[in-house]
Design a protein around this ligand. Structure first.
Ligand code: NAP
Length: 289
């Protein structure tokens, strides 16, 4: 396959996504701040880049999957950042969940550089990243999307083209706002069940198949019950997403009061040491009260 891809950020999601690009036969250079995390990919045939600039050099497509706005800014624009060495005409893709304001700023810089840009955040979690079952929410021109479709297809089950640059980032924040509020209310609901004297399994089985049931309810309630908090979705990232959602909605003159309340629960859990655990652990401070 001719396409040379650079992948920046090998965390929970990026590792699985990059592995699927290798599996699909793309020539791959990878960069991660903590280089040790790249080992399985290097063993599988990827080139280890020492900096984002090194990864981007000579690539026709550069994808980043990083924690937040700060990490994305650092990797694209910081010392040895990827933008400086990206080929004119390359397609640069931001897949991290970041703010639409940052996407707009980055898109202008990419255009000034002479490259193409898409925002392409994803839904699905670690298992979906590993099994190429992500949904990808794309903002940008259709022609640019068509040029990189085989690469996005190698990581996903569906690709939604939503409109101009920034559209993917906006829908992603709405998606995570709705998930985050639900997980926060589930934590309170389950803590309440546990204190109420009800049979927890019976109560949950009823709620799961009733009106409040949803994929998030099923998945996260099971983890809250088992208290296994190995990371599918890191708790502190949900606090970040709710903050970005509030800021973005404010630009549309909307005050997300439910996001504010949910964020308080997540930030409380961060303070109590659960930031690096799975988001299901947001229930623990409520249990430990
Ligand atoms: P993660 O496991 O925490 O990985 C974060 C990545 O960002 C790592 O590669 C980390 O490098 C890098 N990073 C953080 N700060 C940095 C900095 N200042 N400079 C350079 N690199 C930095 O997160 P993840 O779960 O893979 O999520 C990645 C993105 O996808 C996030 O925006 C998240 O909100 C979003 N997302 C996550 C999920 C999910 O279920 N996990 C689902 C959809 C979308 P190190 O390895 O050196 O720390």
């Amino acid at each position: 396959m001719a396409e040379k891809v650079a992948f920046l950020g090998l965390g929970t999601m990026g590792s699985g996504m990059a592995a699927n690009l290798l599996r699909a036969g793309f020539s791959l250079a990878v960069y991660n701040r903590t280089a040790a995390k790249a080992k399985p990919l290097i063993d599988a045939g990827a080139r280890l880049a020492s900096t984002p600039a090194d990864a981007a050099r000579g690539a026709s497509i550069v994808i980043s999957m990083l924690a937040d706005d700060t990490a994305s800014r650092e990797v694209w624009l910081g010392k040895d950042g990827a933008l400086a060495t990206a080929d004119k005409g390359a397609v640069l893709i931001e897949s991290s969940t970041v703010s639409p304001a940052w996407i707009a700023e980055l898109a202008v810089l990419v255009a000034q550089h002479g490259a193409q840009f898409l925002d392409a955040p994803v839904t699905g979690s670690r298992v979906h990243a590993e099994s190429a079952q992500l949904s990808i929410l794309v903002g940008g021109s259709e022609a640019t999307l068509n040029a990189v479709k085989p690469v996005l297809q190698a990581m996903s089950k569906e690709i939604l083209h939503l409109g101009p640059v920034g559209s993917g980032a906006k829908l992603k924040l709405i998606n995570n706002f709705l998930c985050g509020v639900q997980v926060a209310s589930l934590a309170e609901g389950l803590a309440w069940i546990e204190r109420s004297g009800l049979d927890r399994e019976k109560a949950l089985a009823f709620l799961k198949t009733g009106a409040p049931g949803s994929p998030v309810f099923g998945m996260v309630s099971a983890r809250m019950v088992s208290q296994i908090y190995s990371v599918n979705f890191m708790l502190k990232l949900m606090a970040k997403d709710l903050l970005y959602a509030q800021n973005e909605a404010a630009r549309c003159d909307l005050d997300l009061t439910t996001a504010q309340t949910a964020r308080k629960l997540f930030e409380d859990a961060v303070t109590k040491g659960f930031g690096g655990e799975d988001m299901a652990s947001v229930i623990q401070p409520l249990r430990n009260k």
